[in-house]
Design a protein around this ligand. Structure first.
Ligand SMILES: N[C@@H](CCC[C@H](N)C(=O)O)C(=O)O
Length: 259
């Protein structure tokens, strides 16, 4: 049997995406998902996404990390699946879909995907870092010389260390470029390496920078290794609402693989 797949990337965070509306994909085969994401023996990706039917929305997103395990929300994957759903003709202009963290609204304007992320109420602030959940858990920490920083080695120590331990956290290292712009490099849990971009990660960085007074702007530019993203939000009392992750998402190729 052959499996048809699509490859997408959003600022260099890359995904295998499969139209699973007929529910033919075996969702419990962790080893097979890991194989599809393997860059040497499989197709190669940071994660795999299934597009499925949902009774109350245009579609449902199911996300797996490259290690083969289903995980929490993926912001760049969310932007890519919106582009894929539009390509399939599921919607025009605006859409709503379900992901593991609830309902998301999205639109496509001038080739950019605007994805509404979940509200953020809690930000834990420490002397060295911030921790918050933007759909996935994120540790946010300033470093000097981000360009030459060893993201994999330092990220791995934090991801597996206390208080995160085995459950882990994604780890974002940040440098301020100007009051509205931050450079970010992310170590991703479940990929267990640096990726070129992390959507929930830059969302966490933008909110943490505003919350800690590093930025007074509610529209923040994020420079990641794979390109540029924007995050906007409104702070209403103590909650960050209307959180939007904005950036490109591109179909790279379509293929078939034996399964
Ligand atoms: N690439 C992602 C985050 C994916 C989830 C993460 N690896 C986790 O398991 O927490 C993004 O763009 O948000």
């Amino acid at each position: 049997m052959t499996l048809t797949f699509y490859k997408y990337q959003g600022t260099g965070n890359d995904f295998v995406i499969i139209d699973n509306r007929q529910e033919l994909f075996n969702k419990n085969d962790t080893k097979y998902v890991k194989f599809l994401c393997d860059r040497r023996f499989g197709i190669g990706a940071d994660g795999l996404i299934l597009l499925e039917n949902h009774p109350d929305a245009d579609f449902k997103m199911v996300y797996y990390n490259a290690d083969g395990n289903e995980s929490t929300m993926c912001g760049n994957g969310g932007r890519c699946i919106v582009a894929f759903a539009e390509f399939l003709g599921i919607f025009k202009n605006t859409t709503t879909f379900y992901a593991i963290d609830g309902l998301h609204h999205a639109k496509i304007e001038e080739n950019l995907i605007h994805l509404q992320m979940k509200n953020v109420e809690t930000i834990d602030t420490f002397t060295t870092h911030h921790f918050l959940d933007t759909g996935s858990p994120h540790h946010v920490q300033f470093v000097d010389n981000l360009k030459t920083f060893n993201v994999k080695a330092e990220g791995e120590k934090i991801r597996y260390g206390a208080p995160y331990n085995q459950a882990g956290s994604n780890v974002n290292f940040v440098e301020k470029i100007n009051p509205n712009t931050f450079a970010v490099r992310t170590y991703e849990r479940g990929v267990e390496d640096e990726t070129l971009s992390c959507g929930t990660g830059v969302t966490a960085v933008a909110i943490a920078m505003y919350d800690s007074g590093e930025s007074a702007s509610n529209i923040i530019n994020l420079n990641v290794e794979g390109g540029q993203l924007k995050v906007s939000f409104d702070k209403v009392e103590d909650t960050y609402k209307n959180v939007m992750l904005i950036g490109p998402a591109t179909q790279v190729f379509k293929g078939e693989i034996e399964c």
